[in-house]
Design a protein around this ligand. Structure first.
Ligand code: NAD
Length: 495
């Protein structure tokens, strides 16, 4: 079918607005057939031995290593990340894929359940089996276009599934490159298929006959997708927005904490789902604000193609304007701009690293859902107030606590209602290949990475086997002795 030019996805370099390429979107009407084709391929794939799956995954991973530089270049150009961050994404992606290659067999192996006390009830032991679900429909985002797609695809196919996935319309070229790498690795034709397009193609995928939906993106769209999946009775894995708090305790060493918080807030131009967005200072916030503002001002903002750049642009003009509206609304609700608070002149969609201060929760709620280079600082009287403020958000992705006394910091950390909590660090746990990652509350549910991640892509089946014709007490007609025997069992084990 001919695609009207206006429909093409146009990839632009966000540092200068230059066109990088065009990709024709998939026709929404054809998405169902692509899912069916993946299902056909999956029927055979689900019967393959682990050694066969691992062989192809290994070939795929090896190709990544060989092309690490071209991957980093592609991410740099399309997303506008500094090269170190882009290479970091390649390394983290490979680490997560390797986890599956090394540990997938163990994670998917049958587990034996011994009969235990049930032996007295003549209920035998059993076996827990992890079976593939079928076809996973994955809808991806752009901010980590490799890391948030490739490891999940690896886990889904390792578990015996087919995958139909949609990269973000903001990163169609990295999407194409990823699909090419999958095709070259030797997965059976159609098993892992990509569809390209905007929300309507995502809607078509969610409405197709998939067996599980995985959505990574904003909470509003995520909830729309979850509503459709729930109506169709399809299970879901949702990785949604965050609004991550950092609690700074009075004994936190200022210089090192400021440096770490600056990175935590502005990595990926603040367009990182687990970037620090709110800082609660227990005690006097003034010196912290001053030093944080100096630190933010010292960042070298520019085109990541140039050397010595710490922070690139926002992903698009629209994203930058939306971000600016969030900052203005927060100021209208009583926040003060300590530094930044305005776009940088073009070309490109740059914005000054922004530090806001607020004395009320009202200003803070105006910022909830923002995605860009901003952090809001609020002074609180004590830990109680800090924990209450941190937990008051509807989001619950990640949080951090900062202080010298690690036991005290960990005691605060344990009270935070989030999927990942760090002490004297932020963002980095997402790079740990075995650490399950995901959110609570409006930040989603389900986990990616490691054993928890791979088990998102299986259904759990119990198999119990008895000898044919063997004795069993649970048969008609009931013996008069059964209640007495069950009562004796109760006395013995549940007194
Ligand atoms: P988005 O919600 O605009 O889009 C995400 C994807 O969903 C895109 O592929 C888009 O085409 C598709 N989509 C949009 N509406 C849809 C619909 N109704 N039905 C089906 N598909 C639809 O989000 P975005 O701008 O790509 O990403 C930014 C957001 O993602 C931020 O809020 C960020 O916090 C969040 N995020 C979360 C994680 C995480 O792991 N929790 C990771 C990265 C980003």
């Amino acid at each position: 079918m001919a695609i009207a030019l206006a429909d093409a996805l146009i990839a632009r370099n966000p540092s200068n607005g230059a066109e990088l390429g065009r990709v024709n979107p998939t026709a929404s009407e054809s998405v169902g057939a692509i899912v069916e084709r993946a299902r056909e391929a999956q029927r055979i794939w689900s019967t393959t031995a682990w050694s066969e799956r691992r062989k192809i995954l290994k070939q795929w991973a090896r190709a990544f290593v060989g092309q690490a530089d071209t991957w980093a270049d592609a991410i740099c150009q399309e997303i506008g990340k500094p090269r170190g961050e882009a290479m970091g994404e390649v390394v983290m992606s490979l680490g997560a894929i390797r986890w599956t290659i090394l540990h997938g067999a163990r994670a998917l192996a049958d587990e034996k359940l011994r009969a235990g006390r049930q032996a007295f009830l003549l209920i035998p032991g059993a076996r827990v089996r992890y079976r593939p679900l079928g076809v996973i429909g994955m809808i991806g985002t752009w901010n980590y276009p490799l890391f948030l797609n490739a490891p999940a695809i690896a886990q889904a196919v390792a578990a015996g599934n087919g995958v139909v996935w949609k990269p973000s319309e903001m990163a169609p070229l990295v999407g194409l490159k990823l699909q090419e790498s999958l095709d070259e690795a030797g997965f059976p034709a159609g098993l892992v298929a990509m569809v390209q397009g905007r929300a309507e193609v995502g809607r078509a995928l969610v409405g197709a006959r998939i067996d599980k939906g995985m959505f990574t993106g904003g909470s509003e769209n995520g909830h729309r997708v979850l509503t459709t999946l729930a109506a169709n009775g399809v299970p879901a894995l949702a990785e949604l927005s965050g609004f991550d708090p950092a609690i700074v305790l009075p004994d936190a060493p200022r210089a090192s904490t400021i440096r770490a918080l600056t990175w935590g807030a502005f990595v990926g131009c603040g367009q990182t789902c687990v970037a620090v967005k709110r800082i609660y200072i227990v005690g006097d916030a003034k010196p912290w604000l001053k030093e944080l503002a100096e630190s933010a001002r010292s960042l070298r903002v520019g085109d990541p193609a140039a050397p010595n750049v710490d922070m690139g642009p926002l992903i698009s003009e629209e994203a930058r304007d939306r971000f600016d509206r969030f900052v203005r609304a927060t100021v209208d609700h009583g926040a003060e701009i300590v530094t930044g608070g305005e776009p940088r002149p073009g070309p490109g969609w740059f914005y000054a690293p922004t530090v806001l201060s607020a004395s009320s929760a009202e200003a803070e709620s105006a910022l909830a859902g923002v995605f860009g280079p901003v952090v809001l600082v609020r002074q609180v009287h004590n830990e109680e107030e800090a924990v209450a403020a941190a937990n008051s958000s509807r989001f619950g992705l990640a949080a951090s606590v900062w202080g010298r006394d690690l036991d005290a910091a960990r005691a605060v950390a344990r009270r935070l209602d989030v999927g990942t909590v760090t002490v004297n660090d932020a963002v980095t746990p997402i790079g740990h290949a075995s650490a399950p990652f995901g959110g609570t509350k409006a930040s989603g549910f389900g986990r990616i990475h490691g054993i928890h991640g791979i088990r998102e892509f299986v259904q759990t089946q119990v198999e119990q086997t008895r000898h044919a014709g063997g004795f069993r007490p649970q048969l008609f007609p009931y013996s008069q002795r059964i209640p007495t025997l069950l009562k004796a069992y109760l006395q013995l084990f549940h007194r």
